[in-house]
Design a protein around this ligand. Structure first.
Ligand code: TXA
Ligand code: MG
Length: 361
């Protein structure tokens, strides 16, 4: 019965899981995945940020399969991944000095640049925009795959639309098993939040999405930066449709608590937990390692120490998925106030997950 249903679904493919711990030792697996990409297939692969869902960026039909597999609206443009800076030139119509300096300092790495697109890039990739987002990832398996495929690879995060981005192959399979051709498993991704997206099409560089490359690091190269201020929706004209995407929306409503007075914030969280429990609700908490609560709740998970935002970023999406699996009525999260370094990206992702339910204490 299940088989009949599966066959009736035009989406259904047999997903092949290939373990690749090391590029040199996994030549055969990487060649198989590269061939699949060249032939128009879908390959999920690790990057240093999160797992990506790749397709041949110059093959319109292959790119359309990405949107089908994820259930992603076609209005949300994709990032094109290439093996080296030289490969970017064929994809863009201009290469400003700022791009050259950023590439020299941060590529390969968790930085995406938005530049005027070359004609060769199909509108399916850019959602019809005149610009294209490009990135050279640093993960050795991503690099080996892109080198073997020798084509530009369009890849969003390899999750179903509105689920957290995947940081393990198990997360990818949970969302996309039967919907993609190949999943390359190289273990957990080290950075854990997506790349920083910088728009270089305007008069000055502008951060569209905070991520794995910090604003402070960008400012060192650019002189000043232009910022993303932690506000979820961009102010002014909508330059990046995907930024307004509902993004990750947990099944249970998630509320994020912010404020620099820890005891006042925890008192407020505790009061809200008590009210929810009194109403018979199942409550989950996501706290810092530093947080001590007077009335522990069974479903409490930890983000790690806020003194180590790199480690918080690395586990953030796994923790959100774990809470989502608990069948809760409400999720209360102690957010991040320190927007230095990776704090900006972590706070941004938590605020998006909360869809505006932010309690400032
Ligand atoms: O770390 C990452 O960036 C991961 C890995 C797989 O590389 N990819 C990723 O892709 O996060 P995705 O599709 O989940 O997010 C891409 C972001 C979206 O916010 C999208 O709106 C923006 O990049 N973007 C893509 N093309 C753009 C363009 N031409 N102009 C403005 N924003 C663009
Ligand atoms: Mg995404």
């Amino acid at each position: 019965m299940t088989a009949t249903v599966a066959l009736a679904d035009s989406m259904h493919v047999v997903t092949v899981l290939l373990t690749v711990r090391d590029a040199a030792a996994s030549r055969a697996e990487l060649l198989r995945a590269a061939t699949c990409l060249r032939d128009g297939g879908l390959v999920a692969f690790p990057t240093e940020t999160v797992y990506g869902l790749g397709a041949h960026a110059l093959d319109r039909a292959a790119v359309r399969r990405i949107f089908e597999a994820k259930g992603r609206p076609a209005t949300d443009p994709l990032i094109v991944h290439v093996a080296s800076v030289e490969d970017v030139h064929a994809l863009v119509a201009s290469w400003p000095d700022a791009a050259a300096r950023l590439a020299a300092r941060f590529w390969p790495g968790p930085l995406t640049m938005v530049l005027p697109k070359a004609d060769v890039v199909p509108g399916e990739v850019t959602a019809g925009l005149p610009s294209v987002a490009v990135r050279v990832p640093a993960h050795p398996i991503a690099h080996a795959l892109l080198t073997a495929a020798a084509i530009p690879v369009a890849a969003p995060s390899a999750n179903l639309f509105s689920r957290p981005s995947p940081t393990t192959a198990a997360h990818v399979l949970a969302d996309l098993d039967g919907r993609v051709d190949v999943v390359l498993d190289a273990g957990p991704t080290p950075v854990g939040v997506e790349s920083t997206v910088v728009d270089l099409t305007g008069s000055e560089p502008r951060i569209l999405r905070p991520g794995g490359t910090t604003a402070e690091d960008l400012a060192v190269v650019l002189g000043s930066v232009v910022g993303h201020d932690g506000v979820v929706a961009p102010v002014g004209p909508m330059v990046s449709p995907g930024l307004l995407e509902r993004h990750y929306a947990p099944r249970a409503p998630l509320t994020v608590y912010e404020g620099d007075n820890r005891s006042r914030l925890l008192d407020r969280m505790t009061a809200d937990v008590d009210a929810l429990l009194a109403g018979g609700r199942r409550v989950g908490l996501l706290l810092h390692d530093e947080d001590v609560v007077s009335r522990p709740v069974a479903q409490t998970r930890r983000l790690g120490s806020v003194a180590r935002l790199d480690l918080v970023a690395a586990r953030l999406y796994a923790e959100l998925r774990a809470l989502d699996a608990l069948d809760l009525d409400a999720i209360l999260v102690h957010g991040v106030d320190d927007v230095r370094g990776l704090g900006a990206a972590v706070r941004d992702r938590l605020r998006r997950a909360a869809s505006g339910r932010i309690v400032r204490t």
